[in-house]
Design a protein around this ligand. Structure first.
Ligand SMILES: [Zn+2]
Length: 452
């Protein structure tokens, strides 16, 4: 049962807030809640109609695409469904910055400038229109409600990015207070800070958690080590996003907080691409985002095959994202979810192409195969693996005892060599802490070797 406060926020305040911001979020969310139950064929047909409309508008009003269509000799009516998108080129970060002004529609409403650090390190500046924000918020709102929680329920947000926090202001704080969402700035985390975050969660008794999986995993570990009980607070779900969710993180968070973990995939640039439902399906935001999976040469791949995720966001006619390369690797599913929603699903998200490492013999391995070696060592507190080159991999280790001893060093070197090859040089550095990336995210494996 939702509390009265939740009902008021969900039914009155939030719609009002969105209306004031000229966002059409409530109407869109209601439409999305109806369309999610349609069968795949009807959904595809509707997506195609929306794509046609979107392409028509973009070809007419966005100088970059107006020029491109004419150069390529492609007519808007040549794009009838997602399969026709191959007629258009990919869009990447470099293209966006080189054509920033020409990507702005000549009938655009007010646009907000957005800056993303990007976990690949390459920053991106782009513009967000009201149409897009409304659709993004509505997609997230719909997926939130799949878990029997709603906007307005108490929420603890653990966000690791000093960049994103710095940009936000008092309006944001006001909004957080109004909608009962409390922000934990989760970077530079010391044991003391982690303990104080756990205290905040305990006294807040939130219905939901939201943030990076690495942060909640760390909080869960700290709670366990200090015998702090967290599974009796009534937390219904932990939404995690922005980083790859490892199976061991899911287990740890679920056990300690006593709630399921719901994975979300997407970013500010590409939009909220997929959300997990309680039955486990990673459902696409299909009404708003066209997803293609492509091989390294750029050819679309069928379900079941692994490739890069490329997205066309249909709410972006004011500053288009068409065939935008995410750099992430995933597999499309052709199955139907047990929940009954017709929304197609991603079978697995294998992370960024930089999550992979290359063995000396050229075999591409997932970083997870290296992670497990260190994670299974009781003497290891934290670590970071950097593949500097095919010949050299460097490992930073925080030992529980404070210093990495010979036995540990041996286990790490032997373990990594068994995966990467005997001839590979493995160096182990004993450190007192692992610094987060600039974005505030934690990455356990980084490869500087070009994969695929
Ligand atoms: Zn489902």
């Amino acid at each position: 049962m939702a509390s009265l406060y939740t009902k008021i926020v969900s039914k009155v305040l939030f719609p009002l807030h969105e209306k004031l911001k000229k966002h059409d979020t409530v109407r869109i969310r209601k439409q999305l809640e109806a369309s999610q139950w349609l069968d795949a064929q009807t959904l595809h047909q509707r997506q195609s109609e929306r794509l046609q409309q979107f392409i028509k508008t973009v070809a007419k009003h966005v100088p970059y695409y107006r020029q491109l269509f004419s150069t390529l000799g492609v007519k808007p009516e040549d794009i009838r469904s997602s399969a026709d998108l191959v007629k258009l080129p990919f869009l990447d970060k470099a293209t966006i910055s080189a054509n920033f002004d020409a990507l702005k529609s000549d009938i655009a409403g007010p646009l907000a400038r957005f800056n993303t650090g990007g976990s690949s390190g390459q920053p991106l500046i782009f513009l967000l229109g009201n149409e897009r924000v409304s659709h993004d918020v509505a997609e997230k709102w719909r997926a939130t409600r799949w878990w029997d929680v709603d906007i307005g329920d108490k929420e603890i947000v653990a966000w690791g990015s000093p960049i994103e926090l710095g940009a936000q202001d008092k309006v944001r704080l006001f909004r957080d207070a109004l909608f009962r969402s409390e922000l934990i700035p989760a970077f530079d985390m010391t044991e003391q800070k982690l303990l104080s975050f756990l205290e905040t969660i305990k006294s807040t008794k939130p219905k939901m958690l939201f943030g990076y999986p690495s942060v909640f995993d760390l909080l869960a570990k700290t709670a366990k080590q200090n015998n702090i009980q967290m599974d009796n607070l009534g937390i219904k779900v932990a939404f995690v996003t922005s980083e790859r969710l490892y199976p061991y993180q899911r287990e740890n968070i679920e056990a300690v907080f006593g709630c399921p973990v719901a994975n979300g995939y997407g970013g500010r640039d590409a939009g909220f691409i997929a959300h997990q439902c309680p039955q486990g399906g990673m459902h696409l935001s299909y009404e708003d985002i066209v997803v293609e999976i492509v091989d390294p040469a750029g050819n679309p791949l069928p379900p079941g095959q692994s490739g890069e995720i490329v997205v066309t966001h249909l709410g972006t006619s004011e500053f288009p994202f068409i065939r935008y390369r995410t750099g992430d690797i995933a597999v499309m599913s052709d199955k139907q979810c047990a929940c009954g929603r017709g929304l197609p699903m991603l079978e697995s998200i294998e992370g960024r192409s930089t999550d992979f490492v290359v063995a000396a013999d050229g075999t591409i391995l997932h970083g997870l195969s290296l992670i497990y070696i260190l994670r299974d060592m009781d003497s290891v507190e934290a670590f970071k693996i950097v593949q500097e080159s095919v010949q050299h991999t460097h490992v930073q280790v925080v030992a529980k005892s404070g210093e990495v001893d010979l036995t540990m060093r041996d286990t790490i070197v032997t373990g990594l060599k068994s995966r990467l090859g005997d001839e590979v040089d493995i160096t182990v550095e004993s450190v007192t802490e692992i610094a987060a990336e600039k974005s505030g995210k934690y990455r356990y494996v980084i490869s500087k070797v070009n994969v695929g």
